[in-house]
Design a protein around this ligand. Structure first.
Ligand SMILES: Nc1ncnc2c1ncn2[C@@H]1O[C@H](COP(=O)(O)OP(=O)(O)OP(=O)(O)O)[C@@H](O)[C@H]1O
Ligand SMILES: [Ca+2]
Length: 794
């Protein structure tokens, strides 16, 4: 699913932080989706935790099947998710090792490349190099550059990307899909007991009462059993179909690739070998590949290795594995393996899925049903023993008073009849005791509610979420993208002390000044500007905030490609939600000067500035004017604008770290010179006010927890009814993340309940609030669309 998010680098956040109920927003054309989570398991679509029932022996037994009946439905009293997850990770890492050994058998020696159709390298060589992380092979193929050449792709422009070429690549190297298997199982103790009982009744009935009368019991039990089996099977089958389509949807991540110099959004299934894919924090590595360029790139490989370990990747460790997450930094990769040819694909085909999950209520009811069944069985056995003992010791009498069994006198036929009567009584108890319909009723109810929610365009990933969500007492919602539309436009801008009005009017700016503005916008961005497909206009990619800023740059007359080519990037410190700023270091080609540009939350950047540039292009100390800038920011924020500031500093060329130390360079952020401040409008989502009101009336308290400026948050909260009046908008109802963080545990508990708006919160502040509320017995729902919401959602 595509999630547009403002917090810069997250596009597939949902995949990184999933999430119980996913509500697709119909109004936004299904493009935007909001995730709700309630206290549950944190897994992702590519997560090993999705898979169950893996064992070495059962590996062999997996069959492809569409019909999924739930295995071991009866004897699970609790959902031990933690343990399950651990187990799966263990199994996954085992498989991973096995796969590794397999690869070794394939041979790690470097085979010279053999041509493959249009390409100078064959599938086998690519696969073995990628899977083994074979550095010497990569070196022999000429590094990532040489490999790109062999694969007929350009590290900057990507593949040409027309349909024919993509098809060729798919034919030569496969496509990025892999077969999935469902774990077929149906085995249900109560039903088995009933089937045996039915058979027994049939035999006994016919034996005691003859064919004509005796079949009633047996056949009616069989009928009941069949009815239950059919209804359960049909509902499970439909449920599994729904889950299948849902999973497909969930896995169908859309991501940016560079094709023909443009940034295209394509489905993960359409990635081909040779594609150049930009990666940023929160993204998932969509296929196996090799790094072309990277800046502080760190990858979370826990989904592959089972150990939760963040690995740093650069030209020294250039191999990326599909299915892993980008934990930090940014980079671009060259795809060298897709689908079944990746480590992940291998794993996926060997692990089955048991998709039908149970809610806690279902598990408990199943437990009760099983328990009653077992008690019934035990009582029946006990009865059987007692009656048999009585019968064979001559204690049971016929209605006429005669003893039923006398040793030596009663003939075999009569004895058998007596025993059969006893067994019939026992079987009757079993049949009566087994409450088969109980779990079935719950399954049907849930399936029905799921269907209803689907009709409302809400995908329920975890059935238990419906139950838990129903008892939520409070919602912690993020702002950007959930309460607001995440459609941003710059509506106000200051360059130096000058308010730019109209926004495209650069005429009052000093030339040096506007060149710095252009440099800051075009170089310090994770977004991009490129000609649109039809050739006429231009397109802008990136997070909504980045897009808004780039659009403003274009309005000012910035030529993206020209500005980009005027300097070389030395180092990037990508934006993240904790620091709330991102920076780059660049060397200008004209005068070899090194500039370090920062861009981020306005008041935070302003605090780092010691100077600003005045109308004549001269540097001036900021001391006297700081109040002016602070006021400008406050004023924009109070009108619900998001404020972003630009600043820069120059740096001594000879102090720039050498190439091998460049990756570890911590960009200096003191003594900055303020360039510009912009106010970005992000309108409230229509209907939010009513939704908040509905929640409040239902007794669910809505709180806003946002990474944005407190004033902006306050203004939006007033707009959408989370804050009812200005009067309410004071501490502790409205609080900054840092203030909340610094409180003692005790104070925090007192404050947490009162918080309605929390601004400038880091991802861990969001989590802290949720945990504090949970500690007080609240059932907390979390909504969010960004990686900054992931810990709290989890
Ligand atoms: N690409 C960016 N570059 C620099 N600064 C940014 C960028 N995007 C956002 N900011 C700044 O960081 C702040 C956003 O922080 P964060 O990502 O934690 O919150 P968010 O996801 O936008 O909001 P919410 O938590 O409500 O969804 C903004 O107020 C803005 O000033
Ligand atoms: Ca958000």
């Amino acid at each position: 699913m595509t999630v547009e998010n403002d917090a810069a680098p997250q596009q597939h956040d949902l995949e990184s932080g999933v999430v119980e109920v996913v509500v697709a927003n119909a109004a936004a054309g299904g493009e935007r989706q909001v995730a709700l989570a309630c206290d549950g398991e944190f897994s992702d679509p590519f997560d090993i935790a999705d898979t169950k029932n893996v064992s070495a022996e059962s590996l062999k037994r997996w069959r492809k099947a569409a019909l999924v009946l739930n295995a071991s439905r009866r004897f699970r009293y609790t959902l031990d998710l933690k343990k399950e997850e651990e187990e799966q990770r263990r199994k996954a890492s085992l498989l991973f090792k096995l796969a590794g050994q397999q690869a070794i058998v394939l041979g790690t020696s470097v085979t010279p490349p053999t041509p493959n159709g249009n390409y100078a390298i064959g599938l086998e060589q690519l696969v073995s190099m990628t899977r083994d992380h074979n550095h010497s092979a990569l070196r022999q193929y000429g590094g990532v550059k040489g490999l790109a050449e062999m694969l007929r792709t350009n590290p900057e422009m990507g593949v040409v990307g027309d349909d024919d070429e993509l098809l060729n690549r798919r034919n030569a190297f496969g496509s990025n899909t892999y077969p999935r298997f469902l774990w077929e199982a149906w085995q249900d103790l109560t039903l088995i007991i009933l089937i045996i009982a039915a058979a027994a009744s049939l035999v006994l009935g016919i034996k005691t009462e003859g064919i004509k009368e005796g079949w009633y019991d047996g056949v009616s039990i069989t009928f009941a059993v069949l009815l239950v089996i059919f209804v359960t099977a049909i509902s499970d089958y439909r449920q599994s179909l729904q889950f299948q389509s849902l999973n497909e949807e969930k896995r169908n991540i859309h991501l940016e690739v560079i094709r023909g110099g443009r940034r295209d959004k394509v489905s993960i299934y359409n990635i081909v070998v040779g594609d150049v894919v930009p990666l940023k924090i929160g993204d998932q590595v969509p296929a196996d590949g090799i790094i072309i360029s990277s800046h502080s790139l760190a990858i979370d490989e826990s989904s592959m290795t089972g150990e939760s370990k963040i690995v740093h990747k650069d030209y020294r460790a250039p191999f990326l594995m599909s299915g892993c997450k980008v934990a930090d930094g940014a980079g671009t990769m060259l795809v060298s393996g897709v689908g079944i040819n990746t480590e992940w694909g291998l794993l996926m085909t060997s692990i089955s899925e048991d998709k039908v999950e149970e809610t806690p209520l279902q598990v408990r009811l199943n437990g009760v049903a099983s328990f009653i069944g077992i008690v019934g069985l035990a009582v029946a056995l006990f009865l059987l023993l007692v009656l048999s003992a009585r019968f064979f010791t001559g204690h049971s009498k016929n209605p006429d008073g005669s003893v039923q069994f006398v040793r030596g006198k009663t003939n075999i036929g009569q004895t058998v009849n007596g025993v059969v009567r006893i067994i019939t009584a026992a079987v009757t108890i079993v049949v009566v005791a087994v409450p088969e319909g109980l779990p079935l009723a719950v399954t049907l109810t849930l399936a029905y509610s799921m269907k209803k929610m689907m009709a409302d365009k809400a995908l329920v990933r975890r059935l238990s979420a419906c139950e838990t969500m129903g008892s939520a007492t409070t919602i912690c919602s993020d702002k950007t993208g959930t309460l607001t539309l995440n459609q941003m436009t710059v509506v106000e801008a200051y360059v130096g002390r000058n308010k730019i009005d109209p926004l495209e009017d650069e005429s009052k700016l000093h030339a040096a000044m506007s060149s710095l503005v252009h440099e800051g916008i075009a170089k310090n961005t994770a977004g991009s500007v490129f000609p649109s497909k039809d050739g006429g206009g231009i397109e802008v990619s990136g997070s909504p905030t980045e897009k808004a800023i780039l659009h403003w740059g274009i309005m000012l007359g910035m030529k993206f490609d020209v500005v980009r080519s005027e300097s070389i990037l030395l180092h990037v410190c990508p934006f993240n939600s904790t620091k709330k700023r991102g920076g780059v270091a660049l060397r200008r080609l004209t005068d070899s000067q090194v500039h370090i540009h920062w861009k981020g939350a306005a008041e935070i950047i302003l605090d780092l500035c010691t100077q600003f540039i005045d109308a004549n292009g001269c540097f001036r100390s900021i001391d006297e004017d700081k109040a002016f800038f602070s006021e400008a920011i406050e004023d924009m924020a109070a009108r619900s604008l998001r404020c972003v500031a630009f600043a820069y500093r120059s740096y001594k060329t000879d102090e720039v770290p050498t190439d091998e130390h460049l990756a570890q360079w911590i960009l200096p952020e003191d003594d900055l010179i303020l360039i510009a401040i912009v106010g970005i409008k992000d309108p409230c989502r229509p209907g939010v006010k009513d939704a908040v009101k509905l929640c409040t009336e239902a007794g669910v308290k809505v709180r806003m927890v946002t990474g944005d400026n407190l004033q902006t948050a306050k203004a939006i909260a007033l707009e959408c009814g989370i804050l009812l009046s200005e009067k309410e908008a004071s501490e502790p109802n409205v609080i900054e993340g840092t203030t909340f963080r610094k409180l003692s545990d005790k104070e925090r508990e007192q404050v947490a309940k009162k918080i309605l708006v929390m601004g400038r919160s880091s991802p861990s502040d969001k989590l802290l609030l949720v945990q504090t509320l949970q500690k007080q017995g609240e059932v907390v729902a979390v909504t969010g669309d960004g990686t900054n919401d992931a810990p709290a959602l989890h």
